[in-house]
Design a protein around this ligand. Structure first.
Ligand SMILES: [Zn+2]
Length: 323
């Protein structure tokens, strides 16, 4: 009998990744294509169908066939209708039925979830959360995504189209403006975008007017990784931004631990590569904002699947729904 296999898809603002994955969560083959927002949703959808078809055709070489597809999308989705409702980093996908297009194009069932939730499902299955019952997950990327795993399952709330949107917890009333329109969200302190905005503000306020970080800003060559490298060279503005990131994460996680009576958090996403710069301030802030747990009881873990978490989680989602 042929082995059941799955395709896990991760749709981001820059790239769409699709992987052929077996039922142990092993990635057998990975395809990556540009999202190319400017070319429009239909174009992206067609190319995604093609890249998935090539994985379906490859699966017999691995002794299996693809029985389900799971897809994580950065943004708000309507899973029931296979719809991307709104994705801030992929504006062309607004109200686009990407799930339906994929399902019709390949004649294989497709399930969708928010990207932070598939990160949670992946880490919970075979990642840093596999031995934990309860934990809070945060993905630090262009924005901040969140998920809650409670009693070993993804928390879905009242099925309102969002759950555990931890990036939009307010950590500083009246603070920096967030992409969601509110001020002082966690995302406005702890995301790649927050780092970029922080540099802009420092320049506007005259606090940053020389040095490598300023030069990069002048040449329009800033990105979160450059800001990280400048912080390693002890640029005070860059260091301040990573301290602020750690402080905000610690405050948010402390409040979540207090509210939920749990004590583990897992942090992933591309910007979490700057771990060594924010984890110290994070632990300090966590200790300062917790009255029920001692610092030793609170465990902050790094994602163990890293870039693969969302792909593996999306495949697991498909696996659970096609049993
Ligand atoms: Zn917000």
């Amino acid at each position: 009998m042929k082995k059941r296999m799955f395709i896990g898809i991760d749709i981001g603002g820059t790239n769409m990744r699709a992987a052929l994955i077996d039922k142990q969560g092993k990635i057998l083959q990975l395809n990556k294509i540009p999202t190319d927002n400017a070319a429009g949703a239909e174009n992206a959808s067609k190319r995604l169908v093609e890249t998935c078809r090539s994985l379906v055709q490859k699966s017999p070489e691995w002794g299996g066939n693809v029985v389900g597809i799971g897809m994580g999308v950065a943004g708000k989705i309507n899973a029931k209708e296979g719809l991307v409702v709104f994705s801030p980093n992929i504006p062309c996908m607004r109200n686009y039925p990407l799930g339906i297009e994929l399902e019709e194009g390949l004649s294989i069932p497709v399930v969708m979830e928010n990207d932070a939730n598939v990160f949670g499902i992946g880490e919970n299955w075979i990642g840093a959360g596999h031995a934990l019952d309860n934990w809070v997950g945060l993905t630090l990327g262009t924005g901040v995504g969140g998920c809650l795993i409670l009693e070993g399952r993804l928390w879905e709330g009242d099925h309102l189209g969002f759950a555990a949107e931890l990036g939009h917890i307010i950590v500083q009333p009246g603070g920096p403006l967030c992409n969601c329109g509110l001020r002082g969200c966690l995302e406005a302190h702890a995301s790649g975008r927050a780092l970029m905005q922080g540099v802009e503000e420092a320049v506007e306020q005259g606090a940053l007017s020389n040095g490598p970080l300023f030069e990069k800003w002048q040449r329009n060559a800033l990105n979160p990784k450059v800001i990280y490298e400048c912080a390693l060279q002890e640029d005070p503005t860059a260091l301040k931004l990573f301290n602020r990131m750690g402080w905000a994460l610690g405050l948010a996680i402390a409040n979540l631990f207090t509210a939920l009576g749990i004590r583990h958090a897992i942090i992933g996403g591309g910007v979490s590569a700057s771990w060594d710069l924010f984890v110290g301030p994070l632990r300090e802030s966590l200790a300062n904002h917790s009255s029920f747990l001692s610092p030793e009881e609170m465990v902050i873990l790094r994602s163990s699947l890293q870039d693969d978490a969302a792909l593996v989680g999306a495949a697991k989602l498909a696996m659970d729904l096609t049993v």
